[in-house]
Write a protein that binds this ligand. Structure first.
Ligand code: ATP
Length: 340
């Protein structure tokens, strides 16, 4: 890979290099070289830069080129090295009373699993175990396998190659950038092939899911909870390489939940959702029922439940209509009987 990047850096113009590896633009900014002439090759452009300017960073023209090759190779390598996740397996530990869970559940790529149970029963704890790829070292003593294998510590704690993306209930942006800049930064870090197209798709999807629309120049710190959630779901679906997505209670975010789930499963991700929402719980392929901190049951959605789901969807649409009427200051219209 390094050789390919080195050849690209040696033979192409700066514009072409940036086109192939958009992160290179950040590399130049980091080394205080934002104004290199884009129509020149890297060697030609660097020849015009005073040697003292590069020396400030302890570099010369040759070592700067090598540094660039190293930088791009590290990012691209991380993405390429990611092994395809075909399945995750949860090996039971013990519940809050210390009793064995006696369960082994394997979840395949593309499956959606809901996690249900009373408040405080341990749904988030199960998501937490998957998030940290637990190896019998959390309060539940559960173990998580990927593709039937126990993970090495290196795989488990590899920050550049995260297997699990978590969308938690409380999300705060710590950067004061606008939506366009935020998405552009993610597209660049993840080496997206057509960044503009991907950014636009994320933006459109997020706005479809969110109730109130936001703009590309809205600052991320000004987004509402629901808008932030919608943006992060679209971002995770379209840009994140993480094959496992964990969602902690999406129902209160005021976004289109069904659309959010179908968006995430389009790309063969494994999706686990902790929820109190019957619509989400029954939309999943299976549901894990948690009781007193342990996996109590694993139920597949039956045909009868699938039929009930259609009725629940009608009720949900009715509730949504009432919610919209209230939100927009209208009088609530009489409710039509929806179930036959
Ligand atoms: N098997 C277990 N052993 C020990 N502690 C546990 C176990 N399972 C859950 N807990 C603990 O119980 C507490 C409540 O669990 P958790 O927050 O996961 O509940 P929850 O079902 O997500 O609740 P809510 O629906 O209110 O969000 C947490 O402190 C968690 O660490």
């Amino acid at each position: 890979m390094r050789q390919a990047i080195r050849e690209c850096a040696a033979s192409r113009t700066i514009a072409e290099i940036i086109n192939t590896y958009p992160v290179v633009q950040d590399f130049f900014i980091n080394y205080n070289l934002p104004n290199l002439q884009k129509n020149l090759t890297l060697a030609q452009a660097l020849a015009e830069i005073p040697q003292e300017q590069l020396a400030e960073f302890g570099l010369d023209r040759f070592s700067l080129t090598e540094e660039l090759v190293r930088f791009v190779a590290a990012l691209a390598g991380n993405l390429e090295a990611q092994e395809k996740v075909e399945s995750i397996t949860i090996i039971g530990g013990r519940n809050k009373a210390g009793e064995a869970e006696n369960v082994t559940l394997t979840i395949a790529a593309g499956e959606v699993i809901s996690i249900v149970g009373p408040t405080g029963s341990g749904k988030s704890r199960l998501l937490g175990d998957i998030e940290c790829l637990a190896q019998c070292d959390t309060p539940t003593n559960r173990q998580i396998l990927i593709n039937d294998h126990v993970l090495t510590d290196e795989q488990r704690f590899d920050m550049g190659n995260k297997l699990v993306a978590q969308l938690s209930q409380n999300m705060n942006f710590v950067m004061d950038v606008n939506v366009a800049e935020f998405l552009a930064m993610h597209a660049k870090i993840r080496l997206c092939k057509n960044p503009e197209q991907v950014i636009n798709r994320c933006f459109v999807c997020a706005n479809e899911m969110a109730g109130e629309k936001f703009a590309m120049d809205t600052r991320v710190t000004e987004l509402s909870g629901g808008q932030s959630r919608a943006l992060m779901i679209a971002d995770t679906a379209h840009m994140s390489a993480s094959p496992i997505v964990l969602i902690d209670e999406i129902e209160n975010a005021g976004i289109d939940r069904k659309q959010a789930i179908s968006l995430l499963t389009e790309n063969q991700k494994i999706v686990l959702i902790s929820t109190h929402d019957p619509l989400l719980a029954l939309s999943a392929d299976k549901r894990i029922v948690i009781k007193n901190g342990g996996i109590y049951k694993i139920l597949e959605t039956s045909d009868e439940e699938a039929k009930s789901l259609r009725d629940i969807e009608k009720l949900d649409a009715m509730m949504l209509a009432v919610r919209q009427q209230l939100r927009y200051g209208e009088r609530v219209k009489p409710l039509m009987p929806v179930l036959g």
